[in-house]
Write a protein that binds this ligand. Structure first.
Ligand SMILES: *[C@@H]1O[C@H](CO)[C@@H](O)[C@H](O)[C@H]1NC(C)=O
Ligand SMILES: *[C@@H]1O[C@H](CO)[C@@H](O)[C@H](O)[C@H]1NC(C)=O
Ligand SMILES: *[C@@H]1O[C@H](CO)[C@@H](O)[C@H](O)[C@H]1NC(C)=O
Ligand SMILES: *[C@@H]1O[C@H](CO)[C@@H](O)[C@H](O)[C@H]1NC(C)=O
Ligand SMILES: *[C@@H]1O[C@H](CO)[C@@H](O)[C@H](O)[C@H]1NC(C)=O
Ligand SMILES: *[C@@H]1O[C@H](CO)[C@@H](O)[C@H](O)[C@H]1NC(C)=O
Ligand SMILES: *[C@@H]1O[C@H](CO)[C@@H](O)[C@H](O)[C@H]1NC(C)=O
Ligand SMILES: *[C@@H]1O[C@H](CO)[C@@H](O)[C@H](O)[C@H]1NC(C)=O
Ligand SMILES: *[C@@H]1O[C@H](CO)[C@@H](O)[C@H](O)[C@H]1NC(C)=O
Ligand SMILES: *[C@@H]1O[C@H](CO)[C@@H](O)[C@H](O)[C@H]1NC(C)=O
Length: 596
């Protein structure tokens, strides 16, 4: 349920684009869609519920993400050229399971019988080439949660779909470092609400037995012990295996894509105040939406990452203990909200909580882009498999009524703002979060912006070094020699990595460099986005910290002389002066990579 967008974020991106490009990029034609990862920096949402885990709003994280997004749009704009788009579809096998199979079974049998599986296996690939047929890039949609990395991971990581992008771009940008080279491969999210990449399914981590039951419950230890396992020997290996499975299919689909997309491009956007939408159920009945609220199941988390407080998924009864704490600290939900959300018992009535400022958005974006016969439905939140299918069909039917047959509809999830899960009515009766609907398009009510945001509870600290050392000094040296398959490791005197986010969006914290005898120069062969490198920051007391850099030396690494370098910034502040960020670097001694 963590993702990558907020109202404030899109609004600032648009503001920056308008300064540069006038009316070219607008609310209507710009979609920010998160790929979804649980391993990213937090603190960029303006609503309280989404910044609790990061202890408040972080201006630095926010501006860094805005800078990065604007920069990538800028680069795309500067490289615009005429081209052609081809579409292809195919099934990816062995990369997903449904993680709420009991909720899925609540959907009518007649509806389920129309599908061969309880997840959507189809991947859609848009291949983009220039007028000479030269590769430019791709966008692809496939429904899987990027949670191959589990919640013990503290590395910033773009998970399984990030790995697919990495593999594809490395293949097309031969000889370039990750993040460089002209080819861009984007793997976007779709109706992944109930889809897990942890394909060995839920097991009790204490006893090993299956907990593939209605409540994801273990006989000893309850729900907190129930976790789904990926196919690899550890989470890195699982990320690689799932990523590679998706990559192989994407490459195959890309290579043979031949159906060209022709026709006009159009876009529409609307804000909807979701607390107040009347939905026509049938000719005689309507229903009304209400303020958002989070149920007990929310706190339970999922089999891909348990909540840690022993809440149970699929709970339709409250917990007296937590409910009373909630009532005393945060206020009791109103009867109106309770009635509206039934049968879900409310843990946090976020729509009724406004201190220090609102906890949950009331106004959310809906947006649609059409490109010839392709429709991209940009929805906030994470639709389940079946709600995604229903939405696709509803949109298709709507196009048919206006005479446009056979439109291909893709659901782009996690777009523009975040609204948790989107379940079908039937699924909602037993487990998931808030339902959602789409209305027709006027501009809609503008969402509010808060100038006073919840500030971080932790203050920024000046970086310090142990006595007689300086930033970048080597604390633990590399060994003089490693064999392929081993891990080279160096520890440096470090500083808070956040310092480097001040104004550098293309900073790398590390390089692995090879000595080239012919030129007598060090050649960069890996950076911090390489799959083979890991950067760990260990925070100590009174501003001291260490950095450990690992290089997992692949079996195909050319033999030779290498070194590892570290690039950081330390925060320095003199009394009553503004803080400054000073760049520094460190390097290991050269070491050999040899063959056994
Ligand atoms: C969680 O709940 C289960 C069942 O209610 C119980 O067996 C287990 O001891 C609880 N765990 C903790 C840490 O409270
Ligand atoms: C997460 O994955 C690591 C292996 O990478 C494993 O040791 C750990 O037990 C896993 N944690 C959970 C909660 O599954
Ligand atoms: C959304 O609608 C409700 C009910 O009409 C209203 O009270 C609320 O102020 C609106 N929210 C915003 C952010 O405008
Ligand atoms: C309309 O929907 C309501 C509420 O679900 C239901 O009770 C009623 O039978 C439906 N009427 C028709 C004509 O389908
Ligand atoms: C909510 O409903 C309960 C039960 O019907 C009632 O006792 C209570 O007074 C109501 N609370 C409010 C604030 O209306
Ligand atoms: C729509 O697709 C079907 C099956 O692929 C085809 O038979 C039909 O001719 C198509 N209709 C239009 C209007 O393209
Ligand atoms: C939405 O569509 C309905 C029925 O077609 C129409 O009456 C209404 O005015 C439309 N609403 C907006 C906001 O355009
Ligand atoms: C730091 O260097 C000074 C001067 O060489 C020396 O006296 C002192 O013992 C050193 N301190 C540590 C902790 O090594
Ligand atoms: C570079 O060339 C010199 C002279 O030919 C040789 O002695 C040395 O081992 C070479 N070094 C590497 C790293 O290959
Ligand atoms: C950093 O490394 C030094 C030397 O190994 C060690 O004494 C110190 O405890 C480490 N500090 C942290 C924060 O890991």
């Amino acid at each position: 349920w963590c993702s990558r967008k907020s109202h404030a974020l899109k609004s600032w991106v648009l503001r920056r684009l308008q300064n540069q490009y006038g009316d070219l990029y607008t609310q209507e034609n710009v979609v920010l869609s998160g790929t979804h990862t649980h391993s990213g920096p937090a603190g960029y949402f303006q609503y309280t519920i989404f910044v609790l885990s990061s202890e408040g709003f972080s201006r630095r994280t926010f501006e860094f993400i805005v800078d990065g997004i604007v920069k990538s749009i800028d680069m795309a704009h500067r490289n615009l050229k005429p081209g052609r788009i081809f579409v292809n579809k195919g099934n990816v096998e062995g990369a997903q399971i449904n993680r709420s199979p009991y909720s899925y079974l609540q959907n009518p049998l007649s509806e389920r019988n129309r599908y061969s599986a309880n997840t959507d296996k189809e991947m859609l690939v848009l291949k983009m080439v220039d007028l000479n047929g030269e590769d430019l890039g791709l966008i692809s949609w496939f429904a899987v949660h990027p949670v191959s990395m589990n919640n013990t991971n503290h590395l910033v990581n773009s998970d399984n779909v990030g790995y697919v992008s990495y593999m594809f771009e490395q293949e097309k940008n031969k000889g370039e470092l990750p993040g460089q080279g002209p080819f861009v491969a984007a793997f976007a999210s779709s109706n992944l609400g109930d889809v897990s990449p942890n394909i060995l399914g839920p097991h009790c981590i204490n006893t090993g037995e299956s907990c593939d039951n209605f409540n994801s419950f273990c006989p000893i230890g309850g729900s907190d012990m129930c976790m789904a396992a990926g196919p690899g020997k550890d989470m890195f290996d699982s990320t690689r295996i799932i990523g590679d499975t998706i990559y192989q299919k994407a490459k195959e689909l890309y290579d043979i894509a031949s159906q060209e997309i022709l026709g006009p491009l159009s876009a529409a956007h609307q804000w909807v105040n979701m607390t107040d939408v009347t939905v026509q159920l049938n000719s005689t009945h309507t229903a009304k939406t209400c303020k958002p609220a989070l149920g007990h199941s929310f706190a339970a988390g999922t089999i891909d990452g348990v909540g840690g407080l022993n809440f149970t998924q699929g709970a339709t009864e409250g917990d007296p203990f937590w409910d009373s704490i909630r009532d005393q600290l945060l206020g009791e939900p109103s009867n109106e909200t309770k009635d509206c959300h039934k049968p879900k018992p409310i843990l946090l009535s976020t729509g009724e909580m406004s201190r220090p400022h609102p906890w949950h958005p009331e106004i959310v974006d809906v947006q649609i882009i059409t490109l010839g016969s392709l429709v991209i439905a940009a929805v906030p939140g994470e639709p389940t498999t079946m709600s995604g299918r229903r939405l696709r069909e509803a949109i298709q039917k709507e196009f048919e009524t206006s005479g446009r047959q056979n439109m291909t509809v893709v659901i782009a999830g996690l777009c523009n703002v975040y609204t948790h899960y989107i379940a079908t009515y039937e699924e909602y009766q037993v487990s998931l979060e808030a339902p959602d609907t789409v209305a027709n398009l006027s501009r809609g009510p503008e969402p509010p912006f808060f100038s006073q945001l919840m500030l971080p509870l932790t203050s920024n600290q000046v970086d310090r070094t142990p006595e007689n050392t300086t930033f970048g000094d080597v604390l633990h040296p590399a060994k003089p020699e490693y064999q392929r398959g081993e891990v080279a490791e160096v520890m440096f005197v470090g500083a808070n990595p956040k310092n480097s986010a001040e104004n550098l969006t293309d900073h790398t914290f590390l390089t692995v460099e090879k000595y080239e005898n012919t030129s007598a120069m060090w050649q960069i062969v890996h950076n911090d986005a390489s799959w083979d490198t890991r950067f760990y920051w260990h925070k100590g007391s009174s501003g001291q910290s260490n950095v450990t850099i690992e290089w997992h030396i692949a079996g195909t690494t050319p033999l030779g002389l290498y070194r590892i370098r570290y690039f950081g910034h330390n925060r320095k502040q003199n009394f009553l002066q503004p803080a400054v960020f000073l760049p520094f670097q460190g390097a290991s001694a050269p070491f050999w990579v040899t063959i056994k």
